[in-house]
Unconditional design. Structure first.
Ligand code: NAD
Length: 500
C-alpha cells in the first residue's frame, strides 16, 4: 500500500491544487512506498499564508507559554522517537540505530530552545545619561522558510525550527521530496504538543516550492541546507529578494592521520565516519590523508575492518543501508568506475556487494581507494556515498595544504597523540568544524554548526547562539521618564544629544 504525503497548513494536511505528485521509494526494496505532493505557486502561497496569519499572535504569545509547548514537544518526541526513526529508515534507507541517533541530535536542539527565555534576555543600563535608560531586546522576524536535504530528514530541520519557533517566528518547512514523511510526522507532533495552528507548516515539492519561498514578500528569512550549487543559488536569490539567509552547502572532509596516532583508533574512526549512513552525511570523512610512513599499515587495518561490514535493509541487523535513490546509487558507482580508470588502487569494490535486502534495492557496498591523487575526480568532487579515498602525503604541511586548497571547509579531523601538533592543526586549517581524535565533530546544540568557504553562504551558522541571532532582530530602546518631583524637565536644545 502506498501512502499519500501532503502539505501541512493551518494545523491540518493539505493536498494542494497542483495535482502533481512524485514517487517516494523504499531504497532497500526499490518499491514505490508513497507519493508526495509537489506544490504549485498557488499551493505555496496557501501554505505561506497559513504561517503569515499565525505570525502576529504567536509573536505576542508569552515566553512562558512558548516554553511550555516546547517542553511538551520535547517530551512527546522523546517518548515516540522510535516511530520517527522507523519512518526515516523506510524512506532514506539508513539503519534504524543511525536514524535514532539523528533524531536524538535534533532533540538536543529542542532542549536548547527550551531555554529560550534565558537566550532572549537583553541588556539594560540604568541612567546611561542623566535620567535616561537604555535596554536592548530581540524580536522575531515573522515567517521563516527552512529548506532541507534528503540525508537528515529530521535532524537538519531540527537545527532550525525549534529555535525559530521558540523565538516567536512561524515556520514553513520544505523537506526533500525524496523522504518527505518525517516532516509531516513532526507537524502532527507539534499539534499534539499544543502548538497553535499555522505556526509550523510543511510545503512539499521541488524547485517551484523553493522559488516560491525565496521570492515571497511574506517570508523574512531562509535557512537552507543542501548541495553547494543549490546553496549558492538560494543565497543569491533570497538575498536579491531582501531576505536574511544562511545556506549550508556541500563538503569534502579530510581526516589527517599523523605518524604518532593510535592506528587502531584511527582505523575504527575512518570506517565509522566513512561508511556510516552509507557516506550520505555532510560530515562524513571522504578523504583519509595518511602522513607517511604509516599508510600501508593504516590501509591494511581499515581494509580488514571494512570487510566485516554488512550492507542491507536498515530494518535488520546490518551496519550500512542502501543509497537513497537508484539515480544516486548509479552516480556514486560512476565515481568508482572513474577512480579505477584514473589509476587509483581499488582495495575494496562496493559494486560487488552481496546485500542483505531486496533484489531491487539501491545497493553499493563500502568502497576503499588507495593512492588517490588530488587531480582525480574522486578526490575533487563530493561523492556523497560509501567511498573512502586514501591520499598519501609525506609531511604535516602537505596534509594541511590539501585541506586549505580544497573548495569546501565543512569539517576536518586530525588523529595524533601530540597535543602541540593538534593545536597547530586547529590554528592552521581553514575549516568551520574540527575534530581532534574525533572523526565527525558535529558541535553540540549549544554551539553552532557551519562550515567555511563553499560549505556555507551567509555569515551565520546553525543553532547555538548564532541560531538565536539568526531568527531574531535587535531593537535598542533609549528612554526617559519624567520625575514630576524634579521638574522642570526638557527645554529646547537643537544640538546633537550628548550624554551627560
Ligand atoms: P539538494 O541540493 O539536491 O537538495 C536540497 C534541497 O533543495 C531539497 O529540499 C531540494 O528539493 C531542493 N532543490 C533541489 N534542486 C533544486 C533546485 N534546482 N532549485 C531549488 N531547490 C532545489 O541536496 P540533497 O541531495 O538533498 O542533499 C545532499 C547535499 O546536502 C550534499 O551536498 C550534502 O553535503 C549537503 N548537506 C550539507 C549539510 C551541511 O550542513 N553543510 C548538511 C546536510 C547535507
Amino acid at each position: 500500500m502506498t501512502s499519500t504525503i501532503t502539505h501541512w497548513a493551518d494545523g491540518a494536511g493539505y493536498d494542494g491544487t497542483s495535482h502533481l505528485w512524485a514517487d517516494v521509494t523504499n531504497p532497500a526494496t526499490g518499491d514505490v512506498s508513497g507519493r508526495v505532493a509537489l506544490a504549485s505557486d498557488r499551493d505555496a502561497r496557501f501554505v505561506i499564508d497559513s504561517a503569515k496569519q499565525a505570525s502576529e499572535s504567536w509573536a505576542a504569545t508569552s515566553l512562558a507559554r512558548r516554553t511550555q509547548i516546547l517542553f511538551a514537544f520535547r517530551e512527546l518526541l522523546n517518548s515516540r522517537k522510535d516511530e520517527l526513526a522507523t519512518l526515516i529508515t523506510a524512506e532514506h534507507g539508513k539503519v534504524h540505530s543511525d536514524a535514532l541517533g539523528e533524531v536524538s541530535r535534533g532533540q538536543e536542539v529542542v532542549e536548547f530552545a527550551c531555554g529560550i527565555a534565558h537566550l532572549l534576555k537583553g541588556a539594560q543600563s540604568g541612567n546611561a545619561s542623566t535620567g535616561v535608560d537604555v535596554h536592548s531586546r530581540r524580536d522575531p522576524l515573522g515567517v521563516v522558510g527552512i529548506i532541507s536535504p534528503f540525508n537528515f530528514p529530521a535532524m537538519v530541520p531540527m537545527w532550525f525550527f525549534p529555535i525559530a519557533i521558540a523565538a516567536g517566528n512561524t515556520v514553513v518547512l520544505k523537506p526533500s521530496e525524496k523522504d518527505p514523511s518525517a516532516a509531516l510526522w513532526i507537524a502532527n507532533l507539534w499539534k499534539d504538543a499544543g502548538l497553535p495552528d499555522g505556526v509550523f507548516n510543511v510545503l512539499q515539492g521541488d524547485k517551484v516550492a523553493v522559488d516560491a519561498l525565496l521570492q515571497s514578500p511574506d517570508v523574512a528569512a531562509i535557512s537552507f541546507v543542501g548541495s553547494t550549487p543549490i546553496a549558492e543559488y538560494v543565497y543569491e536569490e533570497a538575498s536579491r529578494h531582501g531576505k536574511r539567509v544562511q545556506a549550508l552547502g556541500g563538503a569534502k572532509n579530510h581526516m589527517v592521520v599523523l605518524p604518532d596516532a593510535d592506528l587502531d583508533l584511527a582505523a575504527d574512526a575512518a570506517v565509522n565516519a566513512g561508511y556510516g549512513s552509507a557516506g550520505e552525511r555532510c560530515m562524513a570523512i571522504s578523504v583519509l590523508v595518511a602522513v607517511e610512513p604509516i599508510a600501508d599499515d593504516l590501509v591494511a587495518r581499515i581494509a580488514e575492518r571494512t570487510r566485516t561490514l554488512r550492507t542491507g535493509d536498515g530494518t535488520g541487523d546490518v551496519d550500512m543501508g542502501p543509497l537513497v535513490t537508484k539515480a544516486h546509487r548509479d552516480r556514486v558507482a560512476g565515481f568508482v568506475d572513474s577512480g579505477e580508470q584514473a589509476g587509483a588502487k581499488l582495495v575494496i569494490d562496493g559494486r560487488e556487494v552481496q546485500a542483505e535486502g531486496g533484489r531491487d534495492g539501491f545497493w553499493l557496498g563500502p568502497t576503499l581507494f588507495d593512492h588517490v591523487t588530488p587531480e582525480m575526480d574522486i578526490y575533487r568532487e563530493e561523492i556523497f556515498g560509501p567511498v573512502l579515498s586514501v591520499v598519501r602525503v609525506s609531511s604535516y604541511d602537505e596534509a594541511v595544504a590539501l585541506i586549505n586548497d580544497n573548495q569546501y571547509g565543512n569539517g576536518t579531523a586530525v588523529f595524533t597523540n601530540d597535543g602541540g601538533a593538534a593545536r597547530r592543526f586547529e590554528n592552521d586549517v581553514q575549516v568551520g568544524m574540527i575534530g581532534v581524535n574525533v572523526p565527525i565533530p558535529v558541535p553540540v546544540a549549544y554551539y553552532s554548526f557551519g562550515g567555511w568557504k563553499r560549505s556555507l553562504f551567509g555569515d551565520t551558522h546553525a543553532h547555538g547562539a548564532e541560531g538565536v541571532h539568526f531568527f531574531t532582530r535587535a531593537k535598542v530602546v533609549t528612554s526617559r521618564w519624567i520625575n514630576p518631583a524634579a521638574r522642570p524637565a526638557g527645554g529646547l536644545e537643537l544640538g546633537f544629544p550628548q550624554n551627560v
